[in-house]
Design a protein around this ligand. Structure first.
Ligand SMILES: Cc1cc2nc3c(=O)[nH]c(=O)nc-3n(C[C@H](O)[C@H](O)[C@H](O)COP(=O)(O)O)c2cc1C
Length: 371
């Protein structure tokens, strides 16, 4: 069943987020030369370029260790704060991993950053996919759906602490009795994003998340996820928005863009990609229904570690703008983007692609009004 919402007409402009390269090696598992750097100065400048270019959000990553390269990893909350301090409009989404993070600390840390940044911090609750990471830091590795049960309690705890005085909660993982956090976050409350696309991930989104982030995919597959989540969410009175990952290769001609994609894949680090493929079997493929992230990813797909090539934002600015509109038609509210050379390509995206997307959106609205 497809659920249509009155507030969908006219839809909001699609939003843009970029992946913060706070992890070394860029966003592809490839030895192709990249001008992207994981260091703080590069990232501060990138955040400024992004907000000048029309991006609304930046998403940091959390890794304690990585099995596919990504040897150096700055911590997500501290790094997010540095980016907020360097910008004035951009919202920064800090990734939190239940297990290492407890909701008590996370709620307080994020409330303080929210106060310091005028309400520009958001969170992405990730549920873990790499058992080796948990083993390395001595955290118990729960089975797939149990990880989501914990994440859901984590989200309920965060929201409860942020919105209620005398918060009381009895979960299997977390418990609160008459707890009052002061100060609470600034207005607006930090938005709660989540990553993952398995049954358990979707059900959690339908129940408690503000935003659902999924791996790269075709508009048809995104539409199927959106319909599924929105139908269930409506029953819960929730209305999660949808963010879709994509790796952008925008060039003056389609041939040039495709040549860059081939070069990335030809330079893929086969051992690292295979190691990553092996690890993610513990994530999506291990979900009971076998439908999670990476359940159907080929070797080439895995070279971009969140299936970003599948979304096919690879081509000329006109082609990419049209495909972004197709994603929006499929129900996406936000495109989460990665690039090979972030600073230059985020600026190029802002100059050449966002205006085309806005023009297409305006033309569509005009047609709708005339109809
Ligand atoms: C956009 C996006 C961002 C993510 N960021 C992180 C991250 O920073 N750290 C992490 O350990 N996992 C991250 N994940 C992984 C998810 O939280 C989840 O564990 C994984 O996608 C498995 O999902 P599944 O339930 O669909 O199998 C991210 C996933 C998505 C889609």
């Amino acid at each position: 069943m497809t659920v249509r919402f009155v507030e969908d007409t006219p839809p909001d402009p699609i939003r843009f987020a970029y992946w913060v390269p706070n992890v070394s090696g860029g966003l592809v598992i490839s030895k192709i030369p990249q001008r992207t750097s994981w260091d703080a100065d590069y990232n501060r400048r990138l955040a400024q370029i992004a907000e000048e270019s029309g991006f609304d959000y930046a998403l940091t990553q959390i890794r304690f260790t990585a099995g596919y390269g990504a040897e150096y990893q700055h911590e997500s909350v501290a790094f997010s704060h540095a980016l907020l301090a360097a910008t004035s409009r951009l919202k920064v989404i800090a990734a939190l991993l239940p297990g290492p993070w407890h909701p008590t600390l996370a709620a307080k840390q994020i409330a303080t950053i929210s106060q310091l940044s005028g309400g520009r911090i958001a969170v992405n609750i990730v549920s873990g996919w790499f058992s080796g990471e948990f083993r390395a830091i001595g955290e118990p590795w729960l089975d797939h759906d149990e990880r989501y049960r914990r994440s859901e309690e984590f989200i309920r705890s965060l929201r409860g602490i942020w919105t209620q005085d005398n918060f009381t909660f009895r979960g299997n993982f977390y418990r609160y009795t008459d707890y009052t956090l002061k100060p609470k976050p600034a207005d607006p409350l930090p938005e709660i994003f989540q990553g993952g696309s398995s049954r358990a991930a979707r059900d959690m989104a339908a129940r408690v998340s503000d935003w659902y982030f999924t791996n790269g995919n075709t508009p048809e597959n995104i539409r199927a996820q959106v319909d599924d989540i929105r139908a269930k969410a409506a029953e819960n009175g929730n209305r999660p928005r949808i963010g879709v990952n994509a790796f952008v290769i925008a060039r003056d001609t389609e041939e040039e863009a495709q040549a860059v994609l081939q070069e990335i894949i030809e330079n893929a680090d086969p051992d690292a990609v295979k190691a990553f493929g092996h690890e993610v079997k513990n994530a999506g493929k291990a979900s009971p229904e076998g439908e999670g992230n990476w359940a159907r990813s080929s070797f080439n797909d895995l070279v971009q570690y969140n299936d970003g090539f599948k979304t096919n934002l690879i081509g000329t600015p006109d082609q990419i703008a049209e495909r972004i509109l197709a994603l929006k038609d499929a129900g996406a509210d936000l495109a989460l983007l990665a690039f090979l050379h972030f600073q230059e390509e985020v600026a190029y995206f802002g100059t050449h692609i966002i205006p085309r997307v806005r023009a297409l959106e305006a033309a569509r609205e005009k047609r709708a009004e005339a109809a």
